[in-house]
Design a protein around this ligand. Structure first.
Ligand SMILES: [Zn+2]
Length: 251
């Protein structure tokens, strides 16, 4: 990126726009530690400046209050084929079309889910060992994410369907003959915290509608180890609320 910045300074504005387009194709490397870690994401690309300057960023620490009515969600999840990607930053299951979430008057399609270990959101300052993000997008590309925590306990059978085909190397995709319904990755009680946040990875885009479920699921020590052996710690640190409201919505 240093080289690109030098060139655009030398040749002026006209050239810099095409150079930036070229830079888009080869997004800079980012990591969870060191010189390309979360504190520096906003400096790695002009398109990622929100990571440093955004005032509505995720994850946050969540303090649940008494659950209130209104802002309920409606989930209509269908079985999907299993297609699991190791993108170097996480393990991601890509969904067939047909699973939807209604929230705040919009309908969002379930696109993918992926995992963070340890969790990104904290409850009263405490991390969980694992968090899944079910990422939904509406027709205009607006995002809504459903986050669910895992505490250590019994093995999770639905997780196991994904874990069986985790690609051990990055930029690899594995498929399986089995089907998976995202509904099976949700707890019995769906009380959740609702707030407006961002993507937790570059470009850290805001206006993401976040729903973080209060009741955790269980994951076994073996399952945790399998994920952590392939993906090293991939949680962005907690960011300030900056006056945002976090509403506890009842199931
Ligand atoms: Zn995520």
């Amino acid at each position: 990126m240093k080289k690109i910045l030098l060139v655009s300074t030398a040749f002026g504005v006209l050239l810099s726009s095409s150079i930036l387009l070229a830079a888009d194709d080869e997004a800079p490397q980012w990591e969870y530690t060191g010189d390309t870690g979360p504190d520096h994401w906003g400096e790695l690309s002009e398109d990622w400046s929100t990571c440093n300057t955004g005032q509505s960023q995720s994850p946050i620490d969540i303090v649940f209050t008494e659950a209130g009515e209104g802002d309920e969600i409606m989930l209509d999840y269908k079985p999907s084929g299993i297609s699991v990607v190791n993108n170097g930053h996480t393990i991601q299951q890509n969904f067939d079309t047909g699973s939807t979430m209604q929230s705040g008057g919009s309908t969002y399609d379930l696109v993918q889910f992926h995992f963070h270990s340890p969790s990104e959101h904290t409850f009263n300052g405490a991390h969980f060992p694992l968090e899944v993000h079910l990422v939904h997008a509406d027709k205009e590309g607006n995002l809504a994410v459903l986050g669910v925590m895992f505490e250590e306990g019994e093995a999770n059978e639905t997780l196991e369907k994904v874990w069986q085909v985790i690609p051990e190397k990055s930029d690899m995709t594995n498929t399986s003959e089995q089907k998976l319904n995202a509904h099976d990755l949700l707890p019995g009680n769906m009380d959740f915290a609702l707030y407006s946040g961002s993507l937790t990875t570059p470009p850290c885009s805001e206006d993401v509608r976040w729903h973080v479920v209060r009741e955790p699921l269980q994951v076994s020590k073996m399952q945790l180890k399998k994920f952590q052996d392939v993906i090293s710690a991939n949680n962005r640190p907690i960011l300030p609320l900056n006056g945002r409201t976090v509403k506890t919505v009842s199931d």
